[in-house]
Design a protein around this ligand. Structure first.
Ligand code: HEM
Length: 407
């Protein structure tokens, strides 16, 4: 079988859905030589492998082969090893039993109720970000809304100061590049380690402040969290904050932007929402299915297993493609149609099983608030320029979203 990921490499970066359909049809559990990984694209397989404990989320040893370039390689390798120690402590990259304990503790601190309490704050933020914009103006909604809102929200939720948003976002961006880049230079490794240590130092001082004087924020709740006789160590709280900050904003930016884009590109669907605001929750779910903010979850095989007639061996890398699963015609009729009235078909934008997204409530709250407020203010808005995507394999990210605001 030809390497389908190599064949469709450029489409996968910007408009992956037609390629996903071809790959799913020809070879739903596909070995790619160029990716050195399996690519799983059928809904049924992705959903079941996400719950399969024969697969691991550990990232240990996954980065050293990406390091190349000129410069101090020994130093870069030592720095890379330090980054890997940090990553190994992140909930997202931890298998049971360590995962079970950490997840129990975060679930005590990060509850649906704590997110609900944030609803008026999110509404106020959205109103404040939209306030300076005028009807008739052409604006970039990435810059004005989809990028700043999630950073501010997660920073607030954690308990950090508003003046620190930008620095935190810069550090977190470096870490995201480290995780996503195909090649790592000694310079980018040094920058990523500096950013990780910058974030750790920042959250360390916030932790000390909250230890002295607890507030109504996640940092204070993490310090108090107890589950089955266990509490979080200081180093675990730092790892959790770094992960929550990173996981909590870029994906939500994509969610908000992809949703606004889908509504603008489907005016007859968005007018249904204007006329029937009770459809809002369905719209939120349809956006998550139609243009999933995060496309791929990575695993490695611990124990041999059979999927779709293929044998996956210990050590094999596996890409579980949520983006393809959420467009699988076997699960969703007419999957390429954006339909605001679609009934939930168990889409999997937030994963499944033990690693199911901790922040799904928060992401949904932000997107729901944006879609409702935007359509109330400017229901007849139009795209002012073709949308431009940032070429990435794992995320659906827009560069700009230029819109003419029309009431
Ligand atoms: C639309 C926005 C979001 C999307 C699409 C998304 C997607 C995901 C996915 C797919 C996973 C599972 C990954 C896997 O199985 O390998 C995950 C896990 C996670 N997400 Fe999200 N996420 C979003 C927003 C958030 C927010 C707002 C936060 C925090 C404030 C967050 C925190 C986490 C954490 C901590 C995990 C790891 C859970 C674990 O391993 O037990 N996410 N997310």
């Amino acid at each position: 079988m030809q390497d389908l990921l190599a064949k469709f490499s450029s489409q996968l970066l910007t408009n992956p859905y037609p390629a996903y359909h071809v790959i799913r049809k020809l070879d739903p559990v596909h070995w790619s030589e160029s990716w050195q990984s399996w690519f799983v694209s059928r809904y049924e397989d992705v959903a079941s492998l996400m719950k399969d404990n024969r697969l691991s989320v550990s990232q240990v040893g996954k980065f050293s082969h990406r390091l190349e370039g000129e410069g101090e390689m020994d130093e870069a390798r030592a720095q890379l090893a330090k980054i890997e120690v940090w990553l190994a402590s992140f909930l997202l990259f931890t298998d049971p039993p360590a995962h079970t304990r950490l997840r129990g503790l975060i679930s005590k601190a990060f509850t649906p109720r704590s997110v609900e309490l944030l609803a008026p704050v999110v509404q106020e933020r959205v109103d404040r970000l939209l306030e300076p914009l005028q009807t008739g103006q052409v604006v970039d909604l990435m810059e004005q809304l989809a990028v700043p809102l999630p950073v501010m929200t997660i920073a607030d939720f954690l308990g950090s100061r508003p003046q620190d948003y930008r620095e935190l976002a810069g550090w977190s961006h470096d870490l995201a590049s480290f995780l996503g880049d195909e090649y790592l230079s000694p310079q980018s490794v040094a920058r990523s380690l500096g950013s990780l240590e910058g974030m750790a130092g920042y959250f360390q001082s916030l932790m000390e402040e909250r230890r002295r004087k607890p507030e109504e924020d996640l940092m204070s709740r993490l310090l108090q969290a107890q589950h089955e006789g266990s509490t979080l160590k200081e180093s675990e709280i730092l790892s959790m904050c770094i992960l929550l900050f990173g996981a909590g904003h870029d994906t939500t930016t994509n969610f908000i932007a992809n949703g606004l884009l889908a509504l603008l590109q489907h005016p007859s669907e968005s007018s249904k929402l204007v006329q029937q605001p009770e459809l809002l929750d369905r719209v939120v779910e349809e956006v998550l299915r139609f243009d999933s903010p995060s496309l791929i979850a990575v695993r490695s095989v611990l124990q041999e297993l059979e999927v779709g007639g293929k044998t996956l061996l210990p050590g094999d890398s596996v890409n579980l493609c949520m983006g393809a699963a959420n467009r699988d015609p076997g699960q969703f009729p007419d999957p390429d149609k954006f339909r605001v009235e679609r009934q939930n078909g168990n889409h999997i934008p937030f994963g499944k099983g033990i690693h199911f997204c901790v922040g799904s409530f928060l992401a949904r709250l932000e997107a729901r608030t944006v879609f409702a407020t935007f359509l109330r203010k400017w229901p007849n808005s139009r795209l002012a320029a073709p949308p431009e995507r940032i070429p990435t394999l794992a995320f659906r990210r827009l560069k700009h979203l230029k819109v003419e605001l029309l009431a």
